[in-house]
Write a protein that binds this ligand. Structure first.
Ligand SMILES: Cc1cc2nc3c(=O)[nH]c(=O)nc-3n(C[C@H](O)[C@H](O)[C@H](O)COP(=O)(O)O)c2cc1C
Length: 494
């Protein structure tokens, strides 16, 4: 059994869509810390990179290492456009995620997740992870397989309670058929909706056993950590304890009165109890506002294995955010006009979501009003019972009349933004619309004070390597303890 010294102090957190891309994760992992690619909507990301002509050749280089060339060829034939599609032409859409996985959709997921992890791992032996969201269940199983084929070391998952995932990773490592219980709204008769995935349907027979990546659950409380220990379908190797100042989606506050403006809605009740975390005896990392060597040291001194960071890496040179949007945000910080809002309406998932409103962002009322509602990526669609065991799909940011026809309420659509299209636009892969390009959605954590120490002027950019050096400067990392032995799990969920 390997010793814990393989566990990194710094985890560059998963940031979707495509913000923590392979370039960022590769740069961090080269420093011996954990680089994490985002697995969210990776099928659309890769399909669009290919349609833009894969000008640096990276995607095709990764595909040339994919173990099943015929599948790789089908994906290339479908999406690759030599020299790139004309600017005025729309991106070809991929099929929307669905309960019954279509073969072509599964193949694109497998290949896409392989590509991103392969590139993140290329040229070094540092640790690489991939991040998924429990809220987006449907693409996950083929995605895990693709990432595992490329040898991913860690799977990190939050935005929900992914108790089923550890067992699914165990099963895929053995090439077993796996299944996931899917959440379906208005399921009054309590039907069980299962999505099944048999990896052997996609690959030649007699495959060697795959490496089972370590599974890290992203949680906001020690109580949830205990739930994973007791009830997850397999072994949870550790935890990311993320607080409400973190970027992206946040856990809802425990206090029910949401009328108070943030940050007042969150209180000390929302802080995880670190004594209880230590008592669990598994590695944990703290996340949300740990972007200084002093905060890293504080986390280590509190018994954490390290910290997970997002925002500081999101504004580094390697991240996927378009440079012009990075610059807008950095300028706002130095002008003193930057505001990070915890928006309780923006995300169709219903989870609080951090936003920054810039001139061009969809959260800017002037821009938002112009955008016509359309749902053509569909990652955040909710499943609901249509009749008996038949399901429908709806999203609170799709056209209102469409949503209401599907049984949703008009009230539920208020203040929602299309995160799927907006986040794709933030990384330069937005769809062209008849009335212009999709506007970006910009998410970040509350803490930007690192900019004072990393960029001496608003035009100075910084690399991911510089971030790692800065964060570990003068930090004393305790000697690793022996790795805990996986314990048997009482209750199997999946
Ligand atoms: C741009 C951005 C996107 C994010 N997207 C995700 C995501 O897709 N999945 C996830 O688990 N966490 C996401 N996060 C959270 C980070 O992984 C990390 O835990 C968090 O940002 C830590 O707080 P910090 O930003 O104060 O460092 C995102 C954060 C940012 C800044």
């Amino acid at each position: 059994m390997a010793a814990v010294k393989s566990l990194p102090t710094i985890i560059q957190g998963g940031m979707g869509v495509g913000v923590s891309n392979w370039c960022l994760a590769n740069a961090v992992a080269r420093c011996g810390q954990m680089g994490v690619v985002s697995g969210t909507a990776l099928d659309s990301v890769i399909a669009r990179r290919l349609q833009l002509g894969d000008l640096d050749g990276s995607q095709r280089r990764a595909i040339s290492h994919f173990p099943w060339p015929e599948m790789a060829k089908r994906v290339l034939d479908r999406y690759y456009v030599a020299d790139g599609k004309p600017d005025e032409k729309k991106h070809k859409l991929i099929s929307l995620p669905s309960l019954r996985i279509k073969k072509a959709a599964a193949e694109l997921l497998i290949v896409s997740n392989f590509i991103e992890v392969f590139l993140a791992r290329e040229g070094h032996d540092g640790p690489v992870g991939i991040n998924f969201l429990e809220k987006i269940q449907l693409p996950n199983m083929p995605s895990f397989l693709g990432a595992m084929l490329a040898g991913v070391d860690f799977v990190l998952m939050g935005a929900g309670i992914p108790l089923q995932i550890p067992g699914i990773l165990d099963g895929l490592a053995r090439w077993d058929e796996v299944q996931m219980r899917i959440s379906v709204a208005e399921n009054k008769e309590k039907h069980t909706f299962l999505q099944k995935f048999d990896p052997k349907e996609y690959c030649p027979a007699d495959q060697p056993k795959l490496k089972r990546p370590k599974f890290l659950a992203i949680i906001s409380s020690d109580i949830l950590a205990k739930t994973f220990v007791r009830r997850a379908s397999g072994y949870t190797d550790g935890f990311i304890v993320e607080n409400w100042t973190a970027g992206g989606h946040n856990a809802p506050p425990r206090r029910v009165d949401r009328s108070a403006p943030p940050p007042e809605v969150y209180s000390e009740k929302d802080d995880a109890n670190l004594e209880n975390m230590r008592a669990i005896g598994r590695p944990f990392w703290l996340a949300g506002g740990f972007s200084s060597p002093e905060k890293v040291q504080e986390a280590l001194d509190s018994g954490a294995t390290g910290v997970q960071l997002g925002t500081i890496f999101a504004y580094s040179e390697e991240s996927g955010i378009m440079s012009e949007y990075k610059k807008d945000v950095v300028d706002m910080y130095f002008d003193g006009t930057l505001k990070v809002k915890t928006d309780f309406r923006a995300s169709p998932t219903g989870f609080p979501f951090k936003t920054i409103t810039t001139e061009k962002a969809v959260t800017n009322p002037k821009v938002g009003k112009e955008r016509k509602r359309i749902c053509d990526l569909g990652y955040l669609r909710e499943l609901y019972v249509v009749e008996g065991e038949k399901v429908g799909y709806r999203c609170a940011s799709e056209p209102i009349e469409q949503y209401v026809k599907k049984g949703g309420t008009e009230e539920a659509t208020e203040g929602r933004h299309c995160l799927c299209n907006g986040l794709m636009a933030t990384i330069g892969l937005g769809q062209m619309r008849d009335n212009g390009d999709e506007p970006p959605v910009i998410t970040s954590g509350d803490d930007f004070t690192f900019l004072d120490r990393l960029s001496e002027s608003r035009i100075e950019t910084y690399s991911a390597t510089r971030v790692v050096e800065y964060l570990l400067d003068g930090v004393v990392v305790p000697d690793p303890e022996p790795e805990p032995e996986p314990e048997p799990v009482d209750q199997v969920v999946a």
